[in-house]
Design a protein around this ligand. Structure first.
Ligand SMILES: [Zn+2]
Length: 104
């Protein structure tokens, strides 16, 4: 999918990895991107949730968070224009990103 800038392209490519990324979301009739931050890669999440008892960690432990965004966090492009220009590609990306989404 053609996006606004190299930074946003890298954020999309980093979905599921440790640190910041961008994931494509579909909720009902809404299509949007979410900025996501992960403390560890998606594949390592089970390790974070099964730490041995007796270790003093926050409980519950947050290993990731995300929030919907309307504009590219780097260049400020309105993301609805990117989505509208590549609707089929966005939908395919959202399908592949679905296992990475956080929250309900
Ligand atoms: Zn951008």
């Amino acid at each position: 999918m053609k996006v606004c800038c190299d930074v946003f392209n890298e954020l999309v490519a980093d979905a599921g990895n440790r640190g910041y990324s961008v994931v494509a979301c579909v909720r009902g009739s809404y299509r949007f991107f979410c900025l996501q931050a992960r403390a560890c890669p998606k594949l390592d999440e089970p390790k974070m949730k099964n730490l041995p008892k007796g270790i003093d960690i926050p409980n519950p432990l947050t290993v990731g968070m995300q929030i919907g965004i309307q504009y590219c966090p780097f260049c400020g492009t309105k993301l609805a224009n990117i989505i509208a220009g590549s609707l089929n590609e966005f939908t395919r990306l959202a399908d592949s990103n679905k296992p990475l989404l956080l929250g309900p």
